[in-house]
Ligand binder design. Structure first.
Ligand code: 4AD
Ligand code: MG
Length: 449
């Protein structure tokens, strides 16, 4: 391994270092225990869920020992040696300790080993050091990486769609406007709710593309699965219909979930033990078998026949609410299910009208515990039909002239989906509130950090 004077990440130390080797470790104190004969300090550095044990000999500088409390940043030099303790195979026999940053331990808010997730939200600047958020951050990173890997391996191009946009892609009006846009841009503009409309331009030039970035919604839904700022992954494919979109979505969810479970198996052991018992097996089972597929009409019939008392009405014409979505995925299908062909009036203006004249070629993927994790569709590629639909909805086409233009010049059947990145993270980790999987969550009334 690299030179002795260079710090080694704990992850590499545990996997690569040879017994007897000199090592330099940097990190923060998780726990410390001072005894008459020897003292123990456990350090973490974020590279792995594991801490390493640093053992200070009996004659170690007493004054220095007093400075090694929880939260302190240290640089430790010593030997990587066999550990007599049963908790670990190897440990660091300390020769030198440098206090890089004092811990001010009595005031440190992360004293207890485990505190509530609610409390941790009030200290979003320090919670990355808690066990739960240490793991969340690594899994979040892994999921991002595996998403890019999935698309890159299949030849999809990553398109950087704009964060500032003039198009309300979902037409729902739940946008954050930029207050200086009229003077600055000479027109209204806001933070994007979806990169879809822009990425469609690139599907019509590069065929297989995706956008992956932050999106913003000023919905006043203060629920455990809504955030005002969240990440969305949106592939878009040309020369494709709804079946192609569904097939891509299934391949995507299965491949990416399996890869993350494998890459972060240590972290998933933590989630399984402390956050949601059995979550790993549940996700593994869900991605082993083919996902189910039903139409909106079939789904409503299932809900009607269920004999369940729901808070919201069921039956054709009714919206699928979270309680219905969860019933379908958790209890009826016991796994992920695509619902397709929703009534046009329940969905966005760009979705392709089916031949029945009533429904659109849309799909939502519902999963246990979460409900809707992904929404997509085939897009309306027929210029006249799209113009008609905008009229019918009373929407102006003034700001969508370029979107309509795509339907004039070499239009193709095409489609895609948007997957809620943070919801997928909730699904695989078992974390129940979206505020606990986003580094600095934004929701109505909350943007402190
Ligand atoms: O269903 P939505 O609104 O679809 C779109 O935005 C399309 N333009 C996607 C596309 O076809 N390219 O959002 C997609 C997904 C939802 O299924 C959900 O998982 C997530 O984004 N989502 C949210 N996640 C967290 N907080 C919110 N407020 C969310 N709103 C949607
Ligand atoms: Mg949706």
């Amino acid at each position: 391994m690299a030179g002795v004077d260079r710090r080694v990440p704990i992850r590499r130390l545990l996997s690569e270092a040879a017994e007897g080797q000199p090592v330099v470790i940097t990190g923060w104190v998780k726990t410390s225990r001072f005894g008459k004969n020897v003292s123990f300090v456990h350090l973490f550095d974020g590279s792995t869920p594991n801490t390493i044990q640093a053992v200070l000999p009996a004659n170690f500088d007493a004054e220095l020992q007093g400075q090694l409390g929880v939260g302190t940043a240290l640089r430790v030099t010593g030997q990587w040696v066999a550990s007599p303790g049963s908790e670990q195979a190897l440990e660091v026999a300390v020769e030198d300790v440098q206090v890089v940053g004092a811990g001010n331990t009595p005031d440190y808010p992360l004293q207890k080993k485990r505190t509530t997730l609610e409390f941790l939200r009030t200290i979003a600047h320090l919670r990355p050091r808690s066990n739960t958020h240490q793991a969340v951050v690594r899994v979040r990173n892994s999921l991002s990486w595996q998403i890019h890997r999935f698309f890159q391996e299949r030849g999809f191009l990553w398109i950087h769609t704009p964060v500032i946009t003039g198009a309300d892609a979902e037409g729902a009006g739940e946008v954050f406007p930029l207050s200086n846009a009229p003077e600055f841009f000479g027109r209204p503009a806001f933070l994007t709710v979806s990169g879809q409309l822009e990425v469609e331009c690139f599907a019509q030039s590069h065929t297989d593309v995706y956008t992956f970035g932050p999106t913003f919604r000023a919905e006043n839904s203060n629920t455990a699965r809504h955030a005002s700022e969240f990440w969305m992954i949106e592939p878009e494919i040309a020369f494709a219909d709804l079946d192609d979109v569904v097939a891509l979505a299934e391949d995507f969810v299965r491949t990416v979930a399996a890869a993350v479970l494998e890459q972060c198996s240590d972290d998933f052991a933590f989630f399984d033990r402390f956050i949601e018992k059995g979550v790993v097996e549940a996700v593994q089972k869900a991605i082993e078998k083919p996902f189910q597929r039903v139409t909106y009409h079939e789904a409503q019939a299932i809900l009607e026949a269920s004999g369940r008392e729901f808070e919201f009405p069921v039956g054709v014409g009714a919206h699928l609410q979270a309680e219905h979505e969860r019933f379908l995925a958790e209890e009826h299908f016991e796994g992920p299910v695509f619902v397709t062909d929703y009534p046009a009036d329940q969905k966005a203006f760009y979705m392709r009208r089916n031949d029945d004249g009533e429904t659109v070629a849309a799909t939502d993927l519902l999963v246990p515990r979460i409900g809707e994790m992904l929404g997509g569709s085939q897009r309306e590629e027929r210029h006249d039909v799209l113009v008609q639909e905008l009229k019918r909805r009373g929407m102006s086409d003034e700001h969508l002239w370029w979107y309509l233009d795509l339907r004039k010049f070499g239009t193709t059947p095409h489609g895609g989906f948007g997957l809620g990145f943070d919801r997928m993270l909730m699904w695989i980790t078992g974390v129940q509130n979206i505020r606990d999987v986003i580094p600095f969550p934004r929701s109505p009334g909350s943007a402190e950090f």
